[in-house]
Design a protein around this ligand. Sequence first.
Ligand code: CUA
Length: 361
Amino acid sequence: MFSIVSSLLSNTQGAPENFWLSEQASTVAESVDITFFVITWICYFFFALIVALLVIFAVKYRRTSPDITVSGPTHNTALELTWTIIPLILVVVIFTVGMNGYLNLREAPEGCYEVSVTGQKWTWTFDHPQYGATQVGELTVPVGKPVRLLMTSNDVIHSVWIPDFRVKMDVIPGRYTSLWFEATKVGDYILNCTEYCGKDHSAMLAWVHVVPEDEFDGRMKKLASEYVDMSVGQLPAYAINRLYNRCQSCHSLDGSESTGPSFKGLWDRVSSGDVAFTSGEKLSGLLGDTTTYGVPENYIRESIVDPQGHIVQGYLGSMPSFQGQLKDKQITAIIEMFKHLRDVTDAAGNITVNTDGTPRQ
Ligand code: CUA
């Protein structure tokens, strides 16, 4: 039945775009669109029918003389059965199709490729546990393979919406939600936040890169190990793009106060020893030969792997340890990022370079 309907509604088939809906780029897109258009055309039909009858009856049965009196309408069994049974059949069909589509969208198939998604004002982070790779603001997935997103939020309610895939799901702090899709075409698709989440809600976008399956494995492996062959000079751009997203909810780049000290000017404070701890010690007393740290780089390293070791005055020390989560070279990258923060951010704390060191526009 639906193939007949869809061929009648030729604008739902074949054409990449139409007036109402964007490109169809996932396995569920076509059936979602058919459901949408069937309901839309039912509405068109009844709108036209009711308006036409209204006009015809208003003209035909208008009062032509003030003397005319008529008896009020009584009931008409055939008419009442018609206007009850036909809509009943229509809503049962709509419910069945809608319920089938809903169950299909809610239940991910076996053997999905899993991605962990974190929403946070106002970025999307995508972790690929299978590869140990992390992407921010972009998500690479293979074509023709079901992908399941396991999603949560670090702050407020967000919502993932990939219009071309016809999938949408809320992303909620303190619990997990999931969503699945299977992309049918190689290409780049936009992912929106579709739950109002504050000032930069409208900028909370990400690209979904759908790549051929034989390229996917290589790309993810490269992403997971891209820093391994980088020179020290390349590390600040890598760290600010690939690692800072895990710091940003507590450490600002523009000097503003947050859960932890701002990264702006941090290297100047640390290298001069101008940091006071809750223990009463000063960092300057712990630097230099025959001391705890020797060089200030060791203090930063300790702050990452053992954040409770020395807590800066005025802060609660709520940072978790990143021991085991970051490789030594990634810690070096973060230290290099502090040293060269002015080269990778502007005065307002915006990131100015891409991972490969090219300027961001
Ligand atoms: Cu996140 Cu709107």
